[in-house]
Design a protein around this ligand. Structure first.
Ligand code: GDP
Ligand code: ZN
Length: 459
């Protein structure tokens, strides 16, 4: 049982119309009762549950801190399942901090990141995959990633996992019966039936796993790096893709000194895109750091866009760079298609085994084709919301599914080779446990703490 009361600012700190301080736990009502004065002087205990109440928030010494609206949620009808109070005050740094400090002075402690959601989980309001989806909802950068998170928060993944776990329990029950009454239950027919059920489970898990690669890209974005020599038009290409003039475009070679990062939205899929300093050995120290980093970014990216200036001649250096990226998903982009061309696209195509596209970053030509090519490269050309009925987008879930699958395969093999059923049941139990890690049913307290610690403050 959780005994202490926690509080935190639930909104981003800055200047805004309103801000919210959240309090959860047994002392929530007490502390607000002490500091809130409503026009009719009603005690908070006399207010109905789930109401919003107007009043003034007072400091310990009796000064008004702010005019507020206080939402009262009485346990168990709240996000965390505990008594919860939300104080809506003006969104300036001073009122919000003063209100929080006043609350924290009453033996209430500052919440850890994700602690409200952790309490919701521990009190059975959400399972773990739903809680994780809540964080994804907050960090979603495109409509599509938002939709996927929304469905997961509503419990779609959990639902699917629970069905599969129930099937495993049925098989386990079968096995128990076989052990207790070997003569009646242990025959070829019952083994066949068990294998069939396990095959069924295997199919369900495989189906979920199939959604994982797209799911992960939709949740985390495609890490993309734009490389190429100085002045070929990397920054211009980034601008064309973002449809904003944010990267610095100049005609002096080597001006993109550091790396610029943008989140862009390609038909629902987020691209986390980096514009790098030109790859070229250079005497300029600042740029040299950039070059080293570019090599690092290539290694950690999902996709490399290699930009060439089509109005220049093909050089040996181009081959070197192509060699550097030959193991990466990549697209060669011949830029400045609006100028007379010195590079022959066919010629380049013979040298590389990846897509070669002509674009003009400045005139915004060929950009749509580039977007399509990117999505096709990751086999997400024709996604729409329906594709995402149940999607695995979280790496933790994917790994648990893969482990479960391994044990299911073991158990099927075991049954087929007539291994003792009590040995086979160990694998089935393991699979059941791994699946339970997704919903949080079979996860140690330490791991649960670790997962929630990655959440943001006040959620
Ligand atoms: P970076 O150093 O690779 O980032 O190159 P920039 O994006 O800064 O562009 C270098 C120069 O090339 C600038 O003067 C741009 O205006 C010009 N440029 C970029 N894209 C095009 C294009 O498609 N056509 C033409 N004609 N000029 C371009
Ligand atoms: Zn640049």
């Amino acid at each position: 049982m959780i005994e202490d009361t926690i509080a935190a600012i639930g909104t981003a700190l800055g200047q805004s119309g309103i801000a919210i301080v959240r309090v959860s736990g047994p002392k929530s009502l007490d502390v607000i009762d002490e500091h809130l004065k409503t026009p009719r002087n009603t005690s908070i205990y006399d207010l109905d549950k789930n109401t919003i109440n107007y009043g003034h928030f007072y400091s310990k010494s009796g000064e008004v801190i702010d005019e507020v609206l206080v939402s009262v949620f009485k346990a168990p009808y709240s996000y965390t399942g505990e008594d919860v109070i939300e104080v809506n005050c003006h969104g300036g740094q001073i009122p919000i901090k003063k209100i929080l400090t006043t609350i924290l002075d009453s033996e209430i402690r500052l919440a850890e990141p994700g602690e409200f959601t952790k309490r919701a989980f521990l009190n059975g309001k959400l399972d773990l995959s739903q809680a994780e989806a809540v964080m994804d909802l907050i960090s979603a950068k495109t409509d599509l990633s938002h939709n996927v998170a929304n469905k997961q928060a509503a419990g779609q993944v959990s639902h699917e996992i629970n069905i599969v776990r129930d099937k495993l329990l049925e098989v386990l029950a079968n096995i128990e019966a076989t052990i207790d009454y070997p003569d009646e239950f242990f025959d070829d027919i019952s083994v066949d039936k068990m294998v069939e059920k396990l095959q069924n489970v295997k199919e369900s898990i495989n189906k979920l796993l199939k959604t994982a690669s797209t799911g992960k890209l939709v949740r985390e974005g495609i890490k993309t790096v734009i490389i190429g020599e100085p002045n070929v038009g990397k920054s211009s290409l980034l601008n064309a893709l973002t449809k904003e003039d944010r990267a610095i475009v100049t005609d002096v070679p080597g001006t993109t000194r550091d790396v610029l990062q943008e989140n862009i939205n390609v038909r629902g899929v987020p691209l986390v895109i980096l514009d790098t300093a030109g790859i070229r050995e250079t005497k300029d120290k600042v740029e040299k750091i950039g070059v080293e980093r570019t090599k690092e970014y290539i290694n950690t990216s999902d996709l490399v866009l290699y930009v060439l200036d089509g109005s220049q001649n093909w050089t040996k250096e181009n081959e070197l760079i192509l060699n550097l990226i030959k193991n990466k998903p990549r697209i060669v982009i011949v830029n400045k298609s609006d100028l007379s061309s010195k590079m022959d696209k066919k010629d380049i195509k013979n040298k590389v085994d990846c897509k070669v596209l002509s674009v003009s970053a400045e005139k915004r030509l060929g950009i749509e084709t580039l977007e399509e090519t990117i999505l096709n490269l990751f086999e997400i050309g024709d996604i729409n919301d329906n594709t995402f009925d149940v999607t695995i987008s979280n790496l933790r879930h994917e790994l648990a599914l893969k482990e479960a699958l391994k044990h299911i395969n073991e158990s099927i093999n075991g049954l087929k080779h007539q291994n003792p059923v009590d040995i086979v049941s160990i694998d089935i139990r393991e699979a059941w446990q791994y699946l339970g890690k997704i919903t949080g049913d079979s996860l140690s307290r330490n791991l649960i703490d670790e997962i929630f610690s990655r959440f943001c403050l006040g959620k």
